[in-house]
Ligand binder design. Structure first.
Ligand code: 26Q
Length: 805
């Protein structure tokens, strides 16, 4: 039949006419719609299918090459993939953005309308999930043979609304309509067991699970730059092993009859909405095992199709654990080798060690995963036994291991330790973070294994975060340094020799101005906020967390408002403060900070005396597509976490790349960003990591800091008087009490320095040529932060794989 079908044009040679024909064909044959009666959804699906067709050939070719050439491949296991919208990304990567626009002209809705119709695939909470998505893009761009493995949650991260200024969560329903990018694979399945017990038969352990579910694959092709290579993102969905217990149903027990179905459905129903707090929920443990076991079974099956001896796994397979969430991978691999293939236990441990890598993304104690041995033993009884033997193997192999070092602490399994001892490389995500890993959480393990911890500073994909999100600046970049920066970001350096050129600076400023006008339009339409596009756009977007210190930002805004009211002539530049981000639903302090931002915005925005100078906007439901609108329009990027708390940050990189200046602390990757862009092009403030440690030890540091800052005292007084909570002066007592008495994240200590640095920002922004020059130098010097550089590092230092293109 194939020769009867329209031949698929090669990606590069696709003309608008050919794409148009394919769109119209899909409208008819894939959607069953007449173009005259097609909705925006129908047109979007048809265009998506037409683009997807173009990825198929490179996708098959990549698989043929990988297996034909006996190449090693990488398996990236992650509970989160925050990929966002795919249509425009595919168009950009295939080099068909313009072709899409032209193909649609005159036959249906325009390209931008279709792009906007797509829901975000929001299968992640924040930085860790977005990093996984950037890595997929880079692995495909670099021709690194790989698979992403995750869960296809029915509901991604919750949708955020504000009611009376407070966050309200509603379920997200991205799967209500069909996802054109996914190929369902009902034949690619794995049976996953839970609970039950372990028996010994013929000297071998046999795990007899008490519950089982089926993992079913959903595959997304991931095309890299110019469609030269494409890898697969395989997302597992759960379905019941037995649909329905007819005997029980007929006996009248209708609820029990659907139990197997209920277990399966809950497994892949929701993404845990907690970002860095211990959820401690059995369902979370089951989800982690579900992802890991399904993926490992797939990996082993594929390997055994090529080779017979599992001991040779490291020749063809590298598995990367994205944080400890899939850290049951070590025990699972060992279980398969020992229980199912009769390999000696110690030998199995050595094989697992060579295959596995572990990336740590946080040092916060509350975000380090631990499971009670009781829960581990009841949900995964065989794995608990294996973890005990891994601990024993590690102790035997390392006679100098301190007595207190063990995977087990206080009747809990420490997943960080488990991941560390089963991985041949453990990496941090910025230079500072890696250094702190060696000195703090993994100090003792680092002494035993001094070569195991390596650094791989995070990066971002320039395809999505410059080419797609910022067409105005991308155009100027291409016009100035030529094409090719998209997959060789160091070429941005070529901009440097133009920063003395007034015409170039005017173009740079004009690109920013047009992005700001576009954002102002969008804010007016969607958030009902009228903002001045000539004001300084000051943006902080990220999950709401105490350590990220949105509180510091809003307190500074209040202090500035107070200052302008008291002394109108002190106002220097109009400023629009933009916030975005979600709080974990059960995180009371973060939710109170959200409420304060909204309450303060309501009062300040309504003040006629200051409204031309200061505005605060907080559009609800920050996600990847909102980031694509906000970041290119930002003048100032807020990266203000307490030093030593943010592992890396990646938003910080997106802003700098798009020509925003940073006000920030010496934390995470800020340190390296500042080194790259030059200290003179970065607004630094705040205590350093060692100073933070010393300050926390000083009893009463909060009071001392407050007594030294008149600005802060004024703000705290306004909060206590209920200026932002009329009739309810106690509303923010929990926050003020914290600031006075237990300010762990040192908002009070850093306040005055932050306030002062913000006034420097005001002054420099007023000298617009200086500002633009500094901004352009930021863009020019961000080449290092391409995720292509990061992935090259993983390929050579961790995975030992080479590029196939
Ligand atoms: C743990 C246990 C139970 C339930 C949930 C979790 C959980 C979920 C998500 C723990 C942590 C996370 C997410 C962490 C995260 O996003 N970390 C960020 O990773 C980025 C990429 O490396 C860094 O840039 C950020 O600095 C880091 O905060």
């Amino acid at each position: 039949m194939t020769d009867m079908q329209t031949p698929v044009p090669p990606v590069a040679g696709t003309t608008p006419a050919a794409l148009r024909a394919s769109i119209l064909d899909h409208l008819r044959t894939s959607l069953g719609k007449d173009p005259g009666h097609s909705s925006i959804y129908d047109w979007r699906m048809a265009l998506s299918y037409a683009l997807r067709d173009l990825v198929i050939e490179p996708w098959f070719a990549a698989t043929r090459r990988t297996y034909g050439e006996g190449r090693k491949r990488v398996y990236y296991l992650s509970m989160e993939f925050l990929i966002g919208r795919m249509l425009e990304d595919a168009a950009i990567n295939l080099g068909l953005h313009q072709v899409c626009t032209e193909a649609l002209a005159g036959i249906g809705p325009d390209f931008a309308t279709l792009v906007d119709d797509e829901p975000d695939a929001a299968l992640g909470n924040g930085g860790l999930g977005r990093l996984a998505a950037c890595f997929l893009d880079s692995m495909s761009t670099l021709g690194c043979p790989s698979y992403g493995y995750g869960i296809r949650y029915e509901h991604g991260i919750f949708r955020q609304r504000f009611e009376g200024g407070q966050q309200v969560e509603t379920p997200e329903d991205w799967l209500l309509r069909r996802d054109p990018w996914v190929f369902e694979r009902p034949e690619a399945v794995a049976t996953i067991g839970f609970r039950g017990h372990v028996e010994t038969r013929d000297g071998r352990a046999v795990w007899l699970p008490g519950e089982t579910v089926i993992a079913e694959a959903n595959d997304m092709p991931v095309a890299g730059w110019k469609g030269r290579w494409a890898n697969t993102l395989r997302l597992w969905g759960a379905r019941p092993t037995t649909l329905f217990d007819l005997a029980r149903f007929n006996m009248g027990d209708h609820t029990a009859a659907s139990e197997p179905e209920a277990l399966a459905r809950t497994l892949s129903r929701v993404l845990y909405p907690s970002d860095g707090t211990q959820a401690g929920k059995e369902l979370r443990l089951k989800q982690e095992y579900f992802l890991t076991a399904a993926s490992i079974s797939d990996i082993v099956r594929r390997f055994l199709g090529q080779q017979t001896d599992l001991r040779k796994l490291p020749e063809l397979v590298a598995i990367q654990m994205n944080d400890t969430h899939p850290a049951i991978a070590g025990p699972e691999l060992i279980r398969i080798m020992v229980d199912l293939h009769g390999i000696d236990f110690d030998e199995a441990c050595e094989v697992a060690l060579q295959v596995l890598g572990y990336t740590n993304h946080t040092l916060l104690p509350e975000a380090l995963e631990r499971w009670s041995t009781w829960m581990m033993g009841s949900v995964l009884p065989r794995h608990l036994q294996i973890i005990e033997r891994i601990d024993d193997w590690h102790r035997r192999k390392n006679p100098t291991r301190p007595a207190g070092l063990s995977i087990f602490q206080h009747d809990e399994v420490q997943m960080g330790t488990l991941a560390f001892v089963t991985a041949h490389r453990v990496n941090g995500v910025s230079a500072l973070h890696t250094d702190l890993m060696r000195k703090t959480v993994f100090h003792d393990l680092n002494v035993l294994h001094p070569d195991r911890i390596v650094n791989q500073t995070n990066g971002i994909t320039p395809r999505r975060w410059l080419a797609l999100a910022n067409p105005a600046l991308s155009g100027l970049v291409t016009q100035t340094v030529g094409d090719g920066w998209q997959d060789d970001l160091d070429r941005l350096r070529g901009l440097e020799r133009h920063v003395g050129d007034a015409a170039f600076l005017a173009d740079f400023a004009a690109a920013k101005r047009s992005n700001k006008a576009r954002l102002a339009d969008w804010l007016a339409r969607t958030a009902g906020a009228k903002v001045n596009p000539d004001a300084l756009f000051d943006v902080q977007v990220k999950r709401i967390h105490e350590y990220k210190r949105q509180l510091l930002n809003i307190l500074e805004a209040i202090a500035l408002w107070h200052q302008i009211r008291e002394n109108p002539s002190s106002a220097i530049v109009p400023r629009v403060k933009i916030f975005g981000g979600k709080s974990a639903p059960g995180y009371a302090t973060a939710k109170l900070i959200i409420r304060l931002i909204n309450d303060a915005a309501a009062v300040i925005n309504a003040d006629p005396a200051t409204k031309d100078w200061l505005q605060i906007v907080y559009p609800a439901n920050y996600n990847v597509s909102m980031a694509e609108k906000l970041i290119p329009a930002a003048d100032l990027s807020e990266q203000i976490s307490t030093a030593g708390t943010e592992a890396s940050g990646t938003g910080n990189m997106k802003f700098s790349l798009n020509g925003a200046l940073t006000i920030g602390t010496l934390d995470g990757a800020n340190v390296e960003i500042r080194e790259q862009v030059g200290a003179e092009n970065f607004f630094l403030f705040g205590l350093t990591t060692p100073e933070v440690i010393a300050r926390r030890a000083r009893i009463g540091h909060e009071r001392a800091a407050i007594s030294e800052s008149q600005h802060l005292r004024d703000v705290l007084q306004m909060l206590a008087e209920g200026v932002f909570s009329p009739g309810d002066p106690g509303r923010y007592h929990a926050l003020t009490d914290m600031l006075w008495n237990h300010d762990h994240y040192l908002v009070t200590s850093d306040f005055e320095d932050y306030y002062t640095r913000q006034r420097d920002v005001d002054r420099v922004f007023k000298e617009s040529a200086t500002w633009t020059r500094m901004a352009a130098l930021n863009t020019a010097r961000m080449g290092f932060f391409s995720s292509d550089r990061t992935i090259r590092g993983y390929m050579s230092d961790i995975w030992s794989v080479t590029s196939a293109v």
